[in-house]
Ligand binder design. Structure first.
Ligand code: NAD
Ligand code: UDP
Length: 336
């Protein structure tokens, strides 16, 4: 697949080896913001299956009620409908973790709600940090590969500072997450909050909204409907696609080590958008490609350097896009 290496740009020094932590021993009380979203709902499922007690919070700005309904009758699940940018109305027992996953995440969603996206990255993150601080709980931030912007360093290590247009159409998301990382580090350094930061690279799987506009959802649903696959630009831009199970595994492992610097979580197998369209075409045995305008500031390349995830979390990645897309074809096909 596509491969390139550049090394310009501002970088920080690599970080020290982490110290093992007992933070996830025993049943825990975990609050997850964005629980009705794609990633949040998979975390709820994982933690309930592990015997933990989970409170989900969501305002459904980009989530789905069906993702809450999956757990509504579970004895260890509670749901609060609230906008976490205005506060997190949790009044329950002492929390062990606050996991902040609320934020519109697909470009069409965050560009439709730019102010709300900035708010949830800024106020929402601070509200989560305050709640964690008050409970003596850990705070876990879902950040993004978008903090690297249109990168000048490839693949992207955590030490790369990024190349973000601060006033472009994607800035509501990118800069919100950069601020979210900054305030998380500030609460860690100045208030002693036990924090984690992950930079998630393009992730896909069941429970994504069919209309979320991201490339995998668009291509698979277009193929299911027998419509042409819409490739933006010439399709030479690259992304690295991670299946949801690997993300959830990485999150769970990171909770078990004390490491406060950001960690990239993503599959390092890199595809151009045209290559992904071809994979989808092969799996469905049909589907023309139509080329449409490239949205502004669309990053040209993206691929994680996963050395930290491999060393720290013992993560292993395989090139499983073909297999995973075949599974999604079955799952999403049934929903139609
Ligand atoms: P999603 O849109 O499916 O889920 C986000 C959830 O957050 C939704 O249910 C939404 O309603 C909720 N939400 C948004 N603002 C809120 C607010 N103010 N108050 C309460 N709830 C609110 O997106 P996702 O793909 O599940 O992403 C989850 C997190 O992971 C996000 O923080 C996103 O930035 C991050 N992330 C995801 C990816 C990916 O590829 N899926 C990549 C990078 C980062
Ligand atoms: N993309 C595309 N066709 C689509 C949707 C997206 O060609 O129907 C492209 C988009 O321009 C980007 C890549 O696919 O280059 C990944 O887009 P997505 O919205 O999934 O995520 P992000 O841009 O945030 O990485």
């Amino acid at each position: 697949m596509t491969e390139a290496t550049h090394t310009e740009g501002h970088m920080t020094e690599p970080h020290p080896t982490p110290v093992p932590s007992t933070a996830t021993s025993g049943p825990l009380r975990i609050l997850i913001t964005g629980s009705a979203g794609f990633v949040g709902s998979h975390l709820v499922e994982r933690f309930l299956n592990e015997g933990h007690t989970v409170t989900g919070v969501d305002n459904y700005i980009s989530g789905q009620v069906s993702n809450t309904d999956l757990f509504r009758d579970h004895p260890r699940f509670t749901f609060i409908e609230a906008d976490v940018s205005h506060g997190i109305p949790y009044t329950g027992e002492k929390l062990d973790w606050v996991m902040h996953f609320a934020s519109p995440a697909s470009p069409p969603h965050y560009q439709q709600f730019p102010v709300e996206t900035l708010m949830v990255g800024a106020q929402g993150t601070q509200n989560g940090l305050e709640l964690a601080h008050a409970h003596g709980a850990g705070f876990f931030l879902a950040s993004t590969s978008e903090v690297y912007g249109d990168p000048h360093v490839h693949p992207q290590p955590e030490t790369y500072w990024g190349n973000v247009n601060p006033i472009g159409v994607r800035s509501c998301y990118d800069e919100a997450k950069r601020y979210a990382e900054a305030i998380t580090m500030a609460y860690h350094r100045s208030r002693g909050v036990n924090t984690r930061i992950i930079r998630i690279f393009n992730t896909y799987g069941p429970r994504m909204r069919p209309d979320d506009g991201r490339v995998i959802t668009n291509f698979v649903h277009q193929a299911l409907r027998g419509e042409p696959l819409t490739v933006y630009g010439d399709g030479s831009q690259t992304r690295s696609f991670q299946y949801i199970d690997d993300l959830v595994e990485g999150i769970s492992r990171l909770m078990m080590v004390k490491y406060h610097e950001p960690v990239n979580l993503g599959n390092p197998e890199e595809y151009s958008v045209v290559e992904i369209a071809e994979v989808v075409k092969d799996i469905f045995g049909s589907g023309n490609i139509v080329f449409e305008d490239l949205p502004s500031d669309d990053p040209k390349i993206r691929k994680p350097n996963v050395d930290v995830a491999k060393r720290l979390l013992r993560m292993k990645y395989t090139n499983d896009v073909q297999l995973r897309l075949e599974i999604l074809k079955e799952e999403w096909g049934k929903l139609k």
